[in-house]
Design a protein around this ligand. Structure first.
Ligand SMILES: Nc1ncnc2c1ncn2[C@@H]1O[C@H](COP(=O)(O)OP(=O)(O)OP(=O)(O)O)[C@@H](O)[C@H]1O
Length: 414
C-alpha cells in the first residue's frame, strides 16, 4: 500500500478583512454610519483562492511566489495559526513550525518556563519536554539566560530559543518560513545544518522562501503561488524557470512604462550641434519586440530614428552601456567598426545589433549618439534608456565570456 500524504490540502480559501480606509470613509456621515452598516463582500480580500496540495512524507516542498501571493498565510494555516474559511487540511503527524519564532512566548516567564509552555503547545508531555530540555537549552546557546524572563532577551536570543524548541521536539513535519534569512550568519548555518539533518532523517519539510538558490538546493518539489492560486507545481527547475519568466515579464512591463522618452531627457543629459536629432529610440529583442529585461546571453538590438536639418556629408553612430556604478561596460561606434555612412538619408533608422548580450545580472544604462567622422557630436543622449539583465547563474563581475572547464592528467596533451 502506498504511503499516505503527510499533508493534504483541498480547496483552501482564506479571506482577510481589508484594513485600509476605502473611498467611502471620506465623509463624516459615512464614518458615523459605518459602524451600523453591514460588512459587504468587498470588505474582504481573498488571499488564498482555492489551493490544493499534497505533501509526500520525507520530501521537501518549497512554496515560492511574489510578495503578497499568500505563501505565509498558507504556512500559517498548516501550522494551525490561522483558520481557513473554506476547504480541508489533513495533517498526519506532529507539526512544528519555524514561523514567527518565539511568537508564543510569554514575556514574564523565563526561557526555561517558556520551553515547557511551548513544548506543551506543540503536543509534548511534561516528561517528554523534561527529557529534551538540556538539548534545547544547549542548542539555543543562551547559557544562564535560560533562567531570565524572556522580556529581557534581545531579538536574536528570542529567535534562537524559538528555533531550538521548534527543531528539538522531534516533529514529523517541519514548516519553515524564511528563517534562513533571520539572525546572524552563524545562526543561518545552524538552521541549514538542522534542515539538512531533518531531510536525512526522512522528515517532511515545507519551506517558504524568496531564495531560489536555497529552493534548488533543498526542494524535491516546488509550488508557485500567484495571487493566492497555484500557478505551477512540479520539480524545482521548470517551476522556478516559469516563475522567473513571469517576474521578468512583469518587471519588463514596468521598466518599459518608465523608459526615458525624448521629451523627458534633461538638457544636461543631451548635447550636440543639432545638425540632426535622434527623434526616437528603442531596445529590441531577437524577435523585434521592445524589451527592458534580458537574460544573459540573449540577442539585443538598439534602434535610433534620426532627422537631419540639412544634408550630412557623413554619419557615425555609437552606443555605450554603463552599469549602475557608472562604469562603461561596453562602448562602440560605427567608425571603430570601420563603417561611416556617406551622404545618409535626411531621415533614417540606425540599428546596433549584438548577437549575444553577455553582461551579468544588474541594471544598465544606455548612451546613444550620432557624430560626424571627425568626432564632432551631432546629438549625444546620456542614459537614453535603462535595461536589466537577469541571470540564473551565480557568476560574478560584469560580463560572462562563453567558456568551458576541463581537467586532464598532468602532462597529457589537450
Ligand atoms: N492578518 C492579516 N490581516 C489582513 N491581511 C493580511 C493578514 N495577513 C496577511 N494579509 C494579506 O494577505 C496577503 C498575503 O500575505 P502573505 O503574508 O501570505 O503573502 P506572502 O506571499 O507570504 O508575502 P511575502 O513574500 O511578502 O512574505 C497580503 O496582501 C497581506 O497584506
Amino acid at each position: 500500500m502506498s504511503q499516505q500524504p503527510a499533508i493534504e490540502v483541498k480547496g483552501l480559501v482564506k479571506r482577510f478583512r481589508r484594513e485600509i480606509l476605502q473611498g467611502d470613509y471620506t465623509t463624516w456621515k459615512t464614518l458615523l454610519l459605518k459602524p451600523f452598516s453591514r460588512r459587504r463582500a468587498k470588505d474582504f480580500i481573498t488571499v488564498l483562492g482555492g489551493v490544493d496540495l499534497t505533501m509526500t512524507p520525507g520530501k521537501t516542498l518549497a512554496v515560492i511566489g511574489q510578495n503578497g501571493s499568500g505563501k505565509s498565510t498558507l504556512l500559517k494555516i498548516l501550522a494551525g495559526i490561522y483558520k481557513a474559511d473554506e476547504g480541508q487540511v489533513i495533517i498526519r503527524g506532529r507539526v512544528s513550525s519555524l514561523i514567527e519564532l518565539g511568537a508564543g512566548f510569554h514575556p514574564e516567564f523565563t526561557g526555561r518556563e517558556n520551553v515547557f509552555l511551548n513544548g506543551a503547545i506543540l503536543g509534548l508531555t511534561k516528561k517528554e519536554i523534561a527529557s529534551r530540555f538540556d538539548e534545547i537549552a544547549e542548542y539555543s546557546g543562551l547559557g544562564e539566560y535560560i533562567d531570565a524572563p524572556v522580556r529581557t532577551y534581545s531579538s536574536g536570543m528570542y529567535v534562537r530559543l524559538g528555533f531550538s524548541v521548534a527543531v528539538n521536539v522531534d516533529p514529523d513535519v517541519l514548516l519553515v518560513d524564511e528563517v534562513l534569512a533571520v539572525g546572524d550568519e552563524a545562526f543561518a548555518h545552524k538552521c541549514e545544518d538542522k534542515i539538512n539533518q531533518f531531510r536525512r532523517r526522512g522528515k517532511t519539510i515545507c519551506l517558504v522562501t524568496h531564495d531560489l538558490e536555497a529552493v534548488k538546493k533543498y526542494a524535491d518539489e516546488v509550488i508557485w503561488l500567484d495571487g493566492g492560486r497555484v500557478a505551477a507545481q512540479g520539480p524545482p527547475l521548470p517551476v522556478i524557470d516559469a516563475y522567473r519568466q513571469k517576474v521578468a515579464a512583469a518587471e519588463d512591463a514596468i521598466r518599459r512604462a518608465q523608459a526615458h522618452q525624448p521629451a523627458l531627457i534633461l538638457d544636461q543629459e543631451r548635447w550636440g550641434d543639432g545638425d540632426a536629432r535622434i527623434t526616437a529610440w528603442r531596445i529590441l529583442d531577437a524577435g523585434g519586440a521592445e524589451r527592458a529585461v534580458f537574460n544573459t546571453g540573449e540577442a539585443f538590438a538598439v534602434e535610433m530614428d534620426y532627422e537631419a536639418k540639412a544634408p550630412l556629408p557623413d554619419l557615425v553612430c555609437g552606443v555605450g552601456i554603463f552599469n549602475a556604478q557608472a562604469t562603461l561596460c561596453y562602448g562602440v561606434n560605427t567608425r571603430i567598426d570601420r563603417q561611416v555612412y556617406q551622404n545618409p538619408p535626411m531621415q533614417g533608422t540606425l540599428r546596433f545589433e549584438a548577437q549575444r548580450l553577455d553582461l551579468l545580472q544588474g541594471t544598465y544604462f544606455l548612451d546613444i549618439a550620432i557624430h560626424d567622422k571627425s568626432g564632432r557630436d551631432i546629438d549625444y543622449i546620456r542614459q537614453a534608456a535603462s535595461f536589466a539583465v537577469r541571470s540564473s547563474v551565480g557568476d560574478e563581475g560584469v560580463f560572462r565570456p562563453p567558456h568551458a572547464w576541463s581537467l586532464r592528467p598532468l602532462g597529457e596533451a589537450r
